[in-house]
Each structure stands twice: as C-alpha cells, then as structure tokens.
Design a binder for this molecule. Structure first.
Ligand code: F1P
Length: 358
C-alpha cells in the first residue's frame, strides 16, 4: 500500500542524517572532557580481549567497533548480536579471564542487549561498559560504566547519526586507551572536513536515485569496512523495503555474483589497504552489467571508468577515521529510495524503535 508522498524536507530521518557532521564534532568535543572515558581507560587497563555486543544496527556497530579496536590497540576484539551469548553462551567464550564486555544500545532498553549485559555480569562476572544515546536507561543501571552520547539521539526509528556517533565514541575510547593523540585528532579533523561535503553528497544521491530503478542492492567491503557494508544494507532494507545484502568484496566472486544484472545496484566501500584487490572486483561487476556506486578516499582511473557514481572523501588519515563518513551515502540511498517508492522512512514498515521482548 503506497503512503502519501512525504515532504522530504520535513523528514526527521533526513534532518538527522544531514546533522551527522555537527553531531560528530559535538560528541568528540564532549568525549575529550568526559570523566567516564577517563575512568573506563583506567579501570580497563588490564583487560586484553574485548567483546562488543549489540542488536540490529547496534550489532553492525559492534562489528565496526571491534575491528577498529584491534587496529587501534592491537588487542583481540570480537562482535556478537545480543542473542548469541543468551542462546550459545559457550560460543561467546565469555570465560576468557581478561575479557571486557561492551554493550551497545541507542535506546538502552533493547531486551536482548539488557539480558546479555546481565548474563555477562551475573554469570560470567565480566566487567561491563555500556554505550547509549539516552539518559537514565536500564543499560546504565546494569553496566559498571556507561558512555552517553545524548546529543546524537534521534526521534526516528532507524539509526543514522546514533550509529556513526557511537562508533566514533568507541574509536575515541580505543585511541585514548593507547594514548594515540594523532588518531584522536584525525577523528576530529575528519568530522570538520566532512561537514561542507554532506549537502553535495545528498544532492548527488537524490539525483542518482531519481534516475535509476533497481531490483536488489549489494554492499561490498573488506576489513573494518565490512560492518559498514552490513549497516548500509540494513539501512536500505529498513527505509525502502528493498532486497539488500552485504558481502566481503572478494567473497562476492565465489557465487553471489550470479545475481548481477543491470537491475542490481552494487555499492563498494574501498579501503586503502585492499584498494587494488577490491577495485578488480568492482571492474568485473561492471563487466557483468551491474550499476556501481563507489565510496572511496580517492578514485583511480579504473574506478572512475567502471563506476556509475563516485563519492571521494579525500581525507588523509587512517582507514578507521573513514568508517563513519563512508556509511552516509548509503543512509541517503536508503532514504531517497524509500521516498521514491512513496514509503515514509520516518515510519518504516513493520519496525518499532526498540525491540522489547519482556
Ligand atoms: C537496536 C534496533 C535498531 C533498529 C530498530 C530496533 O536498537 O534493533 O538497530 O534499527 O530501531 O532496534 P538499540 O538497542 O540500539 O536501541
């Protein structure tokens, strides 16, 4: 059933997406002064393995945070959806003696996230860190310490600036843990540099969506960008009710490429580390007739020749500082595709803002 065309400019979701650079700058400024961060760095100084937990978008945030943690600290870090430690506790490997649990939840109320936090605390006697965008939450009651990014909270059901702001907060925590001032400054300068770019990105994406109709969407990335690809896929699903999948870029050759046609939209998130191998896959998918959107730091001639739409960040910093901005074009793809289909991303079909099971 088509809903009436929404007034795009009045959309809470679009407003929240467009506010991301300002939200990032505010969050990163506040974190510098946040005594909770300093306390967490001190209290977790002997923890050598980290387990990030979340549900839905917050699970993909956990994936991106875990990869960022290992890249920044050298420590082992994993991500699990909140349900896994509840159903398969032995697979959570929660008996690791120096394990630190981090539970991610924008609302701080998601039942599976709270249950996982309670199990870590009461059954495994693990130290628990919470991160949320809401004040006074059940998550904050359970965890030993809770990071609150209230300036990034949203009215919308779908998570956009809360995802990127909490990811940046966890990257900030990782950099503080190893006293990496250069990385802290990179996160802050990325947010500043991205701010004037976001309007042109939105206009480009809106124009692209107006000109194309797709049957399915594929998001491809390696390394720390894989969690971003999975979140991108969920955004397009949630906001436009489209068929959408994410893969490791080089994995896509091993079977899934069977689906590629002129009706397939493929978004590549190119890393600096894996650029050459990833752009080879990009060229092959263009050969198969797929429509290619490329998110990269700088585009090679090969990328330009084989892409239908290119977004270049142009930021000279570590790959981890590009995770948050890389997801913004995908959030906009989901939003404009949804409104083109006469759906209302502010009230996404079948979804609630929080999944409460109790
Ligand atoms: C997690 C979540 C969201 C999803 C929807 C339902 O919320 O699954 O990822 O988009 O809003 O809730 P939270 O635990 O981060 O509040």
């Amino acid at each position: 059933m088509d809903t009436k065309p929404m007034d795009v400019q009045q959309s809470a979701t679009l407003t929240e997406i467009m506010s991301e650079p300002a939200a990032w700058q505010m969050a990163l400024r506040e974190l510098r002064q946040d005594s909770t961060i300093a306390r967490i760095v001190e209290d977790s100084r002997n923890r050598t393995e980290w387990l990030f937990i979340g549900c839905g978008t917050s699970f993909y945030l956990a994936e991106a945070a875990a990869n960022s943690w290992t890249l920044l600290t050298g420590q082992r870090a994993r991500a699990l959806p909140g349900s896994e430690p509840l159903l398969f506790p032995e697979l959570a490997l929660a008996k690791e003696p120096k394990l630190q649990a981090v539970i991610i939840s924008r609302s701080g109320k998601t039942s599976e996230a709270l249950r996982a936090a309670k199990v870590f605390k009461s059954e495994f006697h693990l130290p628990t860190i919470g991160i949320t965008c809401a004040p006074n939450t059940p998550l904050g009651e359970i965890c030993d310490a809770t990071i609150r990014i209230t300036s990034a909270d949203e009215k919308s059901t779908v998570m956009t600036r809360s995802f990127t702001s909490m990811l940046l907060a966890l990257q900030h925590l990782a950099a503080r843990t190893v006293k990496n001032e250069s990385c802290l400054k990179s996160l802050e300068s990325m947010a500043e540099q991205f701010a004037p770019q976001i309007h042109a990105i939105a206009e480009k994406m809106q124009g692209f969506v107006a000109k194309h109709n797709f049957e399915d969407y594929v998001f491809l990335a390696q390394g720390p960008f894989h969690g971003i690809a999975r979140e991108a896929s969920l955004k397009v699903m949630e906001m436009s009710c489209s068929y959408s999948q994410a893969f490791h870029a080089l994995e896509f050759r091993h079977g899934p490429k069977a689906i590629v046609s002129a009706k397939t939209c493929l978004m590549f998130f190119l890393s600096e580390n894996g650029y050459q191998a990833e752009e080879e896959v990009l060229g092959e998918m263009a050969e198969l007739g797929g429509v290619i959107i490329t998110i990269c730091n700088r585009a090679s001639e090969h990328v330009r020749r084989n892409s239908d739409l290119v977004f270049e960040l142009g930021f000279d910093g570590p790959d981890v500082a590009r995770l948050a901005p890389y997801v913004v074009p995908a959030q906009l793809l989901g939003f404009f595709t949804g409104t083109k289909k006469n759906l209302d991303p502010d009230n996404p079909r079948n979804l609630t803002r929080v999944v409460i099971l109790d």
